[in-house]
Write a protein that binds this ligand. Structure first.
Ligand code: SAH
Ligand code: SF4
Length: 360
């Protein structure tokens, strides 16, 4: 009997594969359960196991009938990620590598600070944007992560914090591998579950989506989902410089990008964050500081300065402490709201721009 019913309606993804449980929308899960003549409330129970208890197997879902657990197990994978590596830095930063069925790898980082714990999640395997200072760029674009894979990264971090008796996760940043605005539908679908009271129940203002500056995506966020924070990786103070380090600038020059940022902050009624990677002799010069102050002065924004995290395979120099402080003070003197990001997890290559994994 179960075998006949089981053939009905198991949703597939864009690649034609059977979706995992973690990848089903609530409506898809409810439809699937209805096909199996199961009561609707089972959907909420199952989702609670996924996103409140971070279950990794159907056996753990002890308030579901055994038959249903067996049926689920026969029909679809749960979708918990296959961890192939975990490293913990001396500063408490943790990094995980996950591998998919095709051997492709992506990473997630958890950064602990005094008052917060931030999950830095990946939205893609690799990235197509080709920024010269970023190790992920060297992998090229491999594939988009599904919304279930994004959610399972967050579940993985929360499970780790719970199991290591650390305080709860407070923030999520889409600053791992990939360009989230090239995979925006999956990112938004994941954010919906992250912020849903019956999902992960986090406040939308605790989520930051970071982009290299894709204007159509920024406009879509302003229109559809202004509740999430937005960060734009500006990283340069003029087009000539930005063209060199971020090829996306040839499509979306700084002027257009700043206008899109202004529109977003009006729609969101919130200051936008501009990220600025400090590269010795390139973006971290006194002239660049003056230009940046000119670009951002009077705008509703914050600036996050990120000293370059150098890597052997990146031919760029991290600025000295003196150069960093000089750059920062010029912006502060110009009246801008500036934050200097402290590097975390460098010893395990977990800091910004250091994520890169080749498939086995
Ligand atoms: N693709 C998105 C989000 C991931 S990158 C984006 O570019 O915004 C997250 C942040 O890390 C970006 O601000 C990016 O400029 C920064 N970054 C990339 N490589 C870096 C490096 N080597 N050192 C410091 N920051 C880096
Ligand atoms: Fe992609 Fe962001 Fe790295 Fe640029 S900085 S290559 S957009 S992940």
């Amino acid at each position: 009997m179960l075998g006949i019913l089981a053939r009905v309606h198991t949703p597939t993804d864009a690649r034609g594969r059977t979706k995992t449980l973690s990848e089903l929308t609530t409506a898809e899960l409810q439809n699937w359960l209805a096909d199996q003549k199961q009561p609707k409330f089972r959907a909420a129970q199952i989702q609670e196991w996924l996103w409140t208890h971070f279950a990794t197997s159907y056996d753990q879902m002890t308030n579901l009938p055994k038959d249903l657990r067996a049926l689920l197990a026969s029909q679809m994978k749960l979708g918990a990620l296959d961890q192939v590596d975990q490293q913990v830095s001396s500063d408490g930063t943790a990094k995980w590598a996950f591998q998919d069925a095709d051997g492709k790898r992506f990473e997630t980082v958890m950064i602990p600070e005094e008052d917060r714990r931030t999950a830095c999640v990946s939205s893609q395997v690799g990235c197509a944007m080709g920024c010269t200072f970023c190790r992920t760029a060297q992998m090229g674009f491999q594939r988009n992560l599904s919304h279930g894979e994004i959610l399972q990264q967050v579940a993985h971090v929360r499970r780790y914090l719970r199991d290591t008796q650390q305080p709860q996760l407070t923030n999520i940043v889409f600053m791992g591998m990939g360009e989230p605005l090239n995979n925006l539908s999956n990112v938004l679908q994941a954010c919906e579950v992250i912020t849903h009271p019956k999902g992960l129940g986090m406040s939308p203002r605790r989520i930051t989506i970071s982009t290299s500056g894709l204007i159509a995506g920024i406009d879509r966020l302003a229109e559809e989902a202004p509740q999430y924070h937005l960060a734009i990786s500006l990283n340069s103070s003029n087009d000539e410089m930005r063209n060199k380090v971020m090829p996306v600038n040839r499509r979306h020059p700084i002027h257009d990008l700043l206008l899109a940022g202004d529109s977003w902050s009006i729609a969101a009624n919130w200051p936008i964050t501009y990220e600025y990677v400090l590269i010795g002799d390139v973006t971290c010069t006194s002239q660049a500081a003056r230009e940046l102050a000119g670009l951002l002065g009077g705008r509703h924004c914050k600036i996050n300065l990120i000293p370059l995290n150098a890597a052997d395979d990146i031919a760029l120099r991290a600025p000295t402490q003196e150069e960093i402080l000089d750059f920062e003070s010029r912006l502060v003197d110009a009246g801008l709201q500036v934050y200097l990001r402290k590097p975390k997890g460098q010893d395990i290559l977990a800091a910004c721009g250091q994520l890169a994994q080749k498939a086995n």
